[in-house]
Design a protein around this ligand. Structure first.
Ligand SMILES: Cc1ncc(C[n+]2csc(CCOP(=O)(O)OP(=O)(O)O)c2C)c(N)n1
Ligand SMILES: [Mg+2]
Length: 571
């Protein structure tokens, strides 16, 4: 039997359990959109900009573990979507990018939108394919979905020539290959790793998002080792942040002193599902205590940034139980627990705003948000100071609750990511923390939330600066350059989008504002809060990165930097 190309693709999406296809149609794929309109399972979500489409799809996976699709027209649609594709690529987020290509049956050159898309996506996707014949459509899409999820996950691009959508093709039988089980590590390496961990007095565990699939077993492992635990930024919540052995998201120069000191006392490191990237390590300002045992599904990350003593190549879901079975169980160390508890409480006390502060304290706001909306809340963040405040001040009990652009760190993530997360997990409250600069990039996507009734709460952190950069400039140069933002009327913008906008000027207004946020979102409407945020306190991250970067400079440049900073302050 013959079916249209559009129908073949939609069937493949349905059979892979895809629920959302974010994008904007064009002449090349209107046939696909027509087939999507018939689907009871896959919803075509119209966005205002394809950049949002890829951020939405990314967040669907991060919040729910479900694969989502980005639907783009050739060239122009793809280039707009590239930011979110690259974000997914560097953060190991699976995504199906369903592109379309020019017609190949006409033999004509200079077609609309025609650029070499395969070359464009090559550096930002896990794989990219050009479908060669209509009969392959179904199988190509299914294989791409599987590849995106398998092993180290990532975005996969499938280019469908427009003529394949126009015409009908023979339906070809296709059977999904058996799902491969978790990648199992080599038993010799497991035994060696267990030996080193058993011999250590106090191992440190460092866990990233790659360990999320092994979260319950990881907790057992931490209890068996009685080891302090640090996480990456993406890994926030992989070990519940209320756990008495949880140190901090990080353990190097960008972590508070208590976490650094405890980590430095350790005499072995077990790193799981992480890769010691620049952002999470505060610009490589960590020294993992040796021996370093590094477990990851992706062999290329092991030993790449820090010398590794034992490599465990495999899925955390297989590595952690295998290792746990060979570890000696240790008694709890009340002294260590007391030290961690005291360290965490001291940091907590420091976060409290100084008396007389007039603007909104990030710590008070985040505390109130967590208390009001509870542990199921999904937070989305952007690239900016607010992200690091959230990393340091939120306490999360599970993974999938903090969605942030980390390694690619692309501004504009928070608003569309919140929309994607809320569509995927409508039962969870979703709060976006968007910088006032980042909001200018994708804030118009709130039109989609308004039109579809996606009840996200967006806090726009108004400081009228590109603070994360302005702070670095201020420290290093004692002046800010091109990092002060022009003011804009957020309320008027929201009015234009059909969205209620609240103003939050000081801590006194927090509880009333959150009450209204709960009312509006409870009624199925999105809401924006224009938040006069207080950024006077620098994050541990910013302080740590400045220190690490300065110390890494050769002496002559270090002196030049210091002299310039001091001279400018004096003049
Ligand atoms: C697309 C993009 N452009 C530029 C940057 C560099 N950058 C990183 S953080 C930042 C400041 C963001 O400002 P804002 O959104 O106002 O957040 P704030 O730091 O003020 O909270 C900039 C410009 C980036 N990460 N992404
Ligand atoms: Mg700002």
């Amino acid at each position: 039997m013959k079916i249209t190309g559009g129908r073949a693709v939609v069937r493949a999406l349905e059979d892979e359990g895809v629920r959302f296809a974010f994008g904007i149609p064009g002449t090349h794929n209107i046939e696909l959109y027509d087939a999507l309109a018939e689907s009871k399972q896959v919803e075509a979500v119209l966005v205002t900009d394809e950049q949002s489409a890829s951020f939405c799809a990314d967040a669907v996976w991060r919040a729910s573990g479900q694969l989502a699709c980005v639907n783009v027209v050739p060239g122009a649609g793809l280039t707009h979507a590239m930011s979110g594709i690259a974000e997914a690529f560097l953060d190991n987020v699976p995504m199906l990018v369903l592109g379309c290509g020019i017609r190949r049956d006409t033999g004509r050159a200079f077609q609309l939108h025609d650029v070499d898309q395969q070359a464009m996506v090559a550096p930002v996707t896990k794989a990219h394919v050009l479908v060669e014949q209509g009969e392959d459509l179904y199988g190509s899409v299914r294989r791409a979905c599987r590849l995106a999820r398998e092993g180290a996950p990532g975005p996969v691009f499938v280019e469908v020539p427009a003529d394949f959508y126009l015409f009908r093709h023979e339906e070809v039988a296709w059977t999904a290959p058996e799902a491969s089980g978790a990648d199992v590590p080599d038993p010799g390496s497991i035994a060696r790793a267990a030996e080193l961990l058993n011999a250590a007095d106090r191992p440190l565990v460092y866990a990233g998002l790659g360990a999320a699939g092994a979260a319950p077993a990881l907790l057992d492992l931490v209890e068996a080792l009685q080891s302090p635990v640090a996480t990456t930024f993406q890994g926030k919540g992989v070990v519940p942040e209320s756990h008495p052995l949880l140190l901090w998201p990080g353990f190097g120069e960008a972590a508070p002193p208590f976490a650094r000191e405890i980590a430095a006392l350790c005499d072995a490191t077990l790193a799981i599902g992480c890769r010691f990237g620049e952002v999470a390590t505060g610009s490589y300002g960590v020294r993992p205590p040796r021996p370093l045992i590094h477990a990851d599904i992706d062999v290329t990350v092991i030993g790449r940034n820090f010398e590794t003593d034992v490599a465990l190549v495999g899925d955390a879901a297989a590595v952690v139980p295998a290792l746990l079975a060979q570890l000696r169980t240790r008694p709890a160390d009340p002294e260590l627990r007391a030290k961690i508890l005291e360290g965490r409480s001291a940091v907590w006390r420091d976060f409290a705003p100084a008396p007389g502060a007039t603007r909104v304290s990030p710590w008070r706001l985040l505390r109130a948000l967590q208390e009001t909306f509870g542990p199921s809340t999904v937070f989305t963040a952007d690239s900016g100071n607010g992200t690091f405040l959230a990393i340091e001040m939120l306490r999360l009990e599970q993974p999938g609750k903090f969605l942030a652009p980390v390694d690619y760190s692309c501004m504009g993530y928070a608003v569309p990511a919140a929309i994607g997360a809320k569509l995927a997990r409508p039962e969870c409250p979703v709060v976006a923390l968007a910088g006032d600069g980042a909001f200018l990039m994708t804030g118009l996507e709130l039109l989609t939330a308004s039109q579809k009734g996606v009840a996200v709460a967006v806090f726009v952190l108004r400081d009228r600066e590109l603070a994360q950069i302005a702070q670095f400039q201020d420290v290093a140069f004692h002046r800010k350059s091109a990092s002060e933002l022009p003011d804009y009327d957020l309320e008027a913008l929201c009015r234009g989008l059909g969205i209620e906008c609240l103003r939050l000027e000081s801590d006194d207004g927090i509880s009333k504002a959150l009450e209204r946020v709960a009312e509006v979102t409870g009624a199925g409407r999105p809401v924006v809060v224009d938040t006069a945020i207080d950024y006077s306190q620098k994050t541990w991250f910013t302080r740590g990165v400045v220190k690490t970067t300065l110390h890494r400079l050769p002496w002559p440049d270090r002196l030049r930097f210091l002299a310039r900073a001091v001279a400018r302050r004096l003049v």
